[in-house]
Ligand binder design. Structure first.
Ligand code: MN
Length: 321
């Protein structure tokens, strides 16, 4: 798991240890196991949020762990061109490469800890594919795509694209140096990451050494989720077991605790955000507030009002599938 790593974790700034007297540990409300499925043209995913009430996820809507998969030559797959409206996608690549193009002129290649942030807003078409050389060679592919909702007031903003290199994330460690923390978006203990969203969120990729325990300060007005992307360990003060493919939802409070198994490392994606608390009608590629707005989105897409495939890429649709 490359993402971004450092030679000497101990040289990094450390997050403060929350005061054990005044802090309120957030209890574990649920642990769910992500079912496996396929996305796009058939790449394997784990549906990280399946079975969890949207109110506990708010402002997040959906998350897929893409892979980890070791492709044979010719096997790597992506998505065909497709539309979105009403939310933002965050794509984080740990192993392999993904190429993005969209109808708004956004585009780029992400690899090794890079993040693409796409605000679909009023509407956009995009495509995500492995680069040709990876299709030929095959190889390891592992990443995430997270959907962050937009509040009603921002649902129809102009599309925006942010290309965040792995080297731009803020790197921190825990008080004892047992965890490497990559702040991708928002802030953790006053250290800000590079990603910007309309809805305030914090997104952190943590790697815990075998046996390491980690207690993080977490904004009380944010929800708190921990998804295990590799290894196993425990969540919460009572040490509830978790492993690869499981999501823990924490309740109210201002700190969260996780620990790695004594014999193996654990990689965790921590997510938190300010709940939007508006009605959500999520259907296919659209996330709106009402059914009528979803119907309108389909109509607008059919009429070409969400954008069109750039001429230079029009052939890709033909090659797909
Ligand atoms: Mn998409």
């Amino acid at each position: 798991m490359p993402a971004i790593t450092v030679d000497n974790v101990l040289a990094l700034p450390r997050v403060a240890t929350p005061d054990p007297i005044s802090s309120r540990p957030r209890p574990v409300v649920s642990v769910t196991t992500a079912p496996k499925g396929y996305e796009g043209e058939g790449f394997p995913v784990r549906r990280a949020f399946a079975g969890v009430d949207l109110r506990a996820l708010d402002p997040f809507i959906h998350m897929d762990q893409m892979g980890e998969v070791d492709y044979a030559p010719g096997e790597p797959k992506g998505t065909p061109w497709h539309p979105h409206r009403g939310f933002e996608t965050v794509t984080y690549i740990i192993d392999g490469e993904f190429v993005h193009h969209d109808s708004n002129g956004g585009g780029g290649t992400i690899t090794n800890g890079d993040t693409q942030w796409m605000t679909a807003g009023a509407g956009i078409l995009h495509i995500e594919t492995p680069p040709e050389h990876l299709v030929v060679s095959g190889g390891l592919f592992h990443g995430f795509q997270l959907w962050v909702n937009l509040p009603k007031a921002n649902k129809l903003v102009a599309p925006r694209y942010q290309d965040i290199r792995g080297g731009q994330v803020s790197l921190l460690t825990s008080p004892d140096g047992g965890a490497l923390l990559r702040v991708i978006a928002g802030e953790l203990d006053g250290q800000a990451g590079p990603g910007v969203t309309y809805t305030p969120i914090t997104l952190v990729h943590a790697t815990l050494s075998a046996g390491a325990s980690l207690t993080l300060p977490w904004r009380a007005d944010f929800n708190a989720l921990a998804y295990v992307m590799a290894g196993k360990g425990t969540v919460g003060g009572k040490g509830r077991p978790v492993e690869l493919g499981q999501l823990a939802v924490f309740g109210a409070g201002d700190t969260i605790t996780v620990a790695a198994d004594p014999k193996q490392t654990m990689d965790v994606l921590f997510l938190g955000g300010q709940p939007i608390r508006e009605p959500v009608v999520a259907y296919g590629p659209f996330v709106m507030n009402t059914k009528a707005e979803v119907m309108q989105a389909f109509e607008d897409y059919q009429a070409g009002r969400l954008g069109s495939i750039p001429a230079a890429h029009a052939h890709v649709r033909g090659e797909a599938s």
